[in-house]
Every structure is written in structure tokens, then in C-alpha cells.
Design a protein around this ligand. Structure first.
Ligand SMILES: C[S@@+](CC[C@H](N)C(=O)[O-])C[C@H]1O[C@@H](n2cnc3c(N)ncnc32)[C@H](O)[C@@H]1O
Length: 391
């Protein structure tokens, strides 16, 4: 159907181009349409008052115009989705209610309205309102009758084994996402990462009819999905192409993938080596202990500790097993004597960091490569996504 490439970016008007794709071409659509907000307002950037206008493409129309505009492109998109496909549309209160009404009228079924809570919103200058810190993303499927793709387990794992909720705390776009230039309404890669993992599988094809800087395309390709984008402005098409070129370099691609997977809110895992007999004893007792501090076999309590929910126990990279901590983010300090009372024989220090865990192992897909020597012995806290194969 499409040329043999995982990244197609067309310059033109979506209203004309969407209709030209064969029906059922896309497993998912992400759309970040104009919010029609560029009407001379002001906001704060780096401590300075700045105009919020994004460009002519975002200049406001009447409510009727906004409604008709959204209805037209949403109508065109519906036939292009596979029967089990779904669509995500981002917006603010200015356009999102019109979008929701159009979706329902066109026969889509709304699945969720995600609230994206920006963990670092700019301040509100007027001080006459609560600060605006959210955007909404409506998730809808093509049809009321056919079930949609939802990778429920992946979302649950990303959320520390708890059902993922419809409130997502994710920071705004970071400087690491702007190496190739910036778009005035660029979405964070971390947002697209979650969306794409939630509703598609490797090899699927995703359409973005308002591609901008191609955030959707970059996240899609890094996750092994194909991308088709439409963008009307030459300047942004070129920015999207530069971003694609950036991830053609495997080193840059790995760096960006790593950053994209990181979530400052993410659940953390303590990785700890113990020799075989000790590891087995720890598992029986549901108690893991380490020396505190910098030396071999010790744990330095660092930021991220408070988000630690799992323990990964291993012996020199072998027999790797994952457990849930009894109390996330909490540890106890025990003396050598207290550990001895629990049947252990610690030899190296007077005080130990102790974590209690539920000794029923948790299944996980990807066993990390734990290199032997210092890397294996040093206890460390890593993001959960580093040990999960989420692709
Ligand atoms: C809100 S921005 C999308 C930003 C994008 N999500 C990103 O992360 O960079 C909307 C984009 O849609 C483009 N656009 C607006 N109307 C369009 C249309 N009818 N056809 C194609 N592109 C359009 C604008 O030029 C703008 O770059």
C-alpha cells in the first residue's frame, strides 16, 4: 500500500490528502489539530511575557467554524482506520468539547478522556484564574461494536502493577527534544510514547494529519511502528525531516529512546546482587539488606528512591527475579544484631539498609543484561522501563 519506508511525510492540506489513502490503512491516528487559540493573548516564557500566537494556522474562527472544521477531518479519518483501530485527539477546553461532539455524531465510540497534567506549567500572569496546567486527549475507537487494541498489561506494568489511570503527569517538551529546531506547539515524546504503546503493536502504521515537527513519527519509528504524516507548512516539514535524520544515527536514536522512556514520575526498581545462599534466604524471609554508603555491595540512597516499588534480585546476573516491595519507597535501618535475630549472618558493617518484599516473584518479559564485576555487585535504583521490553 505504501512505499517500503517507515516514515512518510507529505506536505499539503489534510482536508485534501486524508481522503486519498485507501480505507483501513491505519491502526491508529494521533491528531493535534489547531486549537484556534492565537488571538493575541500573553503568557510567560523564561520569566518574560510573550505573545501566545502560534501562527496563522491557529487563528481563531467562530464556534461554528471550529465545529465544522473538526467534523470534516474527523469524518475523513474514520474510514482510514482499521476496524479495531483508534484515534487520539489533543486539545484544550477551547476545542475539545466540539471534538467530542463531532466524534459521537460520526459514530466513533469515546473510550477515555486523558488529562495530561503538565508537571512544569508556566505561571498564569493575570492571577485571576487557577493556573492552566492541563491538556486533554480524547481516545476513541472507530466503531461501537468492534473491540479496539489496548495493551492493558504494558500500561499496568508502566504504572507499578496498578491500573493506569486517565490522569498522566508528564513534563512539557524538554530541550533534548529540540536539537533540530522547535515547533511552537510541539508535544513531548513521552506523551506519544505512552499513547503509541497503549494502542498499537510493532509493525503497525500510525497517521498524524497535523504532524508539526513529527513527534508522532519519531516516537513511532523508535518503537518499531510505521508513520505517515501530513503537514502544510514547509518550515515544519523540514523540521520533521531533520528529526527523522537525527534518529537514523543509531547512537542518537538510542539516546532519544532512553530519554523518551524515562518518566520523572516513573516507578523505580532496586537491582541487588546477593550470593546464591543469601539470595535464597532473603527470598524465604522477604527481606533484602545492603550496606549503606559507597563501598562494594552497598546502596546509596538517591533521588528516585521514594518511587521505588520493586526489587530485582540476582546472583552475578543469573537467577534474576522481580519482587514487589511491601511499602514502596520505604526502607529501615537495622543493626547487624537485628539481622542476626532474623537468621542472617552479616559480616561487613554495623548498620544495614533493609527492604521488605512480597516473596511471590512477578513475571516480566525482558531480563536485563547485568554485566559481571562492579556493575553486578553495586546495588542501584533504575527506572522500571529499563527492564521491561515495551516495544
Ligand atoms: C498543534 S500543531 C502540531 C504539533 C505536533 N503535534 C508536534 O509535536 O510538533 C498543528 C500543526 O498542523 C498544521 N496544520 C494546520 N492545519 C493543517 C491542515 N489543514 N493540513 C495539514 N497541516 C495542518 C500546522 O501547520 C501545525 O504545524
Amino acid at each position: 500500500m505504501f512505499p517500503d519506508t517507515n516514515f512518510i511525510l507529505l506536505q499539503g492540506d489534510s482536508m485534501e490528502l486524508i481522503g486519498q489513502f485507501p480505507d483501513k490503512s491505519f491502526n491508529a491516528i494521533f491528531a493535534d489539530p489547531p486549537y484556534f487559540l492565537s488571538n493575541g493573548g500573553i503568557s510567560v516564557h523564561s520569566g518574560k511575557a510573550v505573545c501566545v500566537d502560534k501562527g496563522d494556522w491557529d487563528k481563531g474562527g467562530t464556534p461554528e467554524h471550529i465545529y465544522q472544521y473538526n467534523k470534516q477531518w474527523l469524518y475523513l479519518c474514520r474510514e482510514k482506520l482499521t476496524d479495531n483501530g483508534s484515534i487520539w485527539i489533543s486539545g484544550t477546553y477551547h476545542n475539545i468539547f466540539a471534538v467530542a461532539n463531532c466524534l459521537t455524531e460520526l459514530g466513533y465510540k469515546i473510550l477515555n478522556v486523558i488529562t495530561w497534567q503538565k508537571s512544569d506549567p508556566p505561571p498564569n500572569l493575570s492571577c485571576r484564574y487557577f493556573n492552566f496546567s492541563t491538556e486533554y486527549i480524547i481516545w476513541a475507537r472507530k466503531s461501537a461494536k468492534v473491540p479496539h487494541v489496548f495493551n492493558y498489561e504494558v500500561m499496568k506494568q508502566m504504572n507499578g502493577e496498578k491500573q493506569m489511570t486517565d490522569v498522566w503527569r508528564i513534563p512539557a517538551v524538554g530541550s533534548w527534544e529540540k536539537h533540530c529546531g522547535k515547533h511552537p506547539t510541539q508535544k513531548p515524546l513521552r506523551l506519544l510514547y505512552r499513547i503509541i504503546l497503549a494502542c498499537t503493536n510493532e509493525g503497525d502504521t500510525i497517521l498524524d494529519p497535523f504532524a508539526g515537527s513529527c513527534t508522532t513519527g519519531i516516537a513511532a519509528n523508535l518503537l518499531g511502528r510505521n508513520f505517515v504524516g501530513i503537514e502544510q507548512e514547509k518550515e515544519f516539514v523540514e523540521l520533521g525531516q531533520r528529526r527523522k535524520q537525527e534518529i537514523e544515527d543509531p547512537v542518537s536514536a538510542q539516546k532519544i529512546l532512553k530519554k523518551m522512556r524515562e518518566n520523572p514520575e516513573e516507578v523505580m526498581v532496586l537491582v541487588n546482587h546477593a550470593r546464591k545462599e543469601l539470595r535464597e534466604k532473603m527470598i524465604v524471609n522477604g527481606i533484602c539488606y545492603m550496606r549503606a554508603g559507597e563501598s562494594k555491595g552497598s546502596l546509596q540512597v538517591a533521588p528516585g528512591f521514594e518511587r521505588m516499588k520493586y526489587l530485582l534480585l540476582h546472583t552475578n546476573g543469573e537467577n534474576v527475579q522481580l519482587y514487589k516491595l511491601k511499602t514502596p519507597g520505604k526502607f529501615k535501618i537495622w543493626t547487624k544484631e537485628t539481622l542476626e535475630e532474623h537468621g542472617f549472618s552479616p559480616e561487613h558493617a554495623k548498620y544495614y539498609v533493609v527492604l521488605e518484599f512480597d516473596n511471590k516473584p512477578i513475571y516480566f518479559k525482558k531480563i536485563p543484561q547485568l554485566k559481571q564485576r562492579s556493575n553486578t555487585y553495586k546495588a542501584k535504583i533504575i527506572p522500571l522501563s529499563e527492564i521491561m521490553d515495551l516495544r
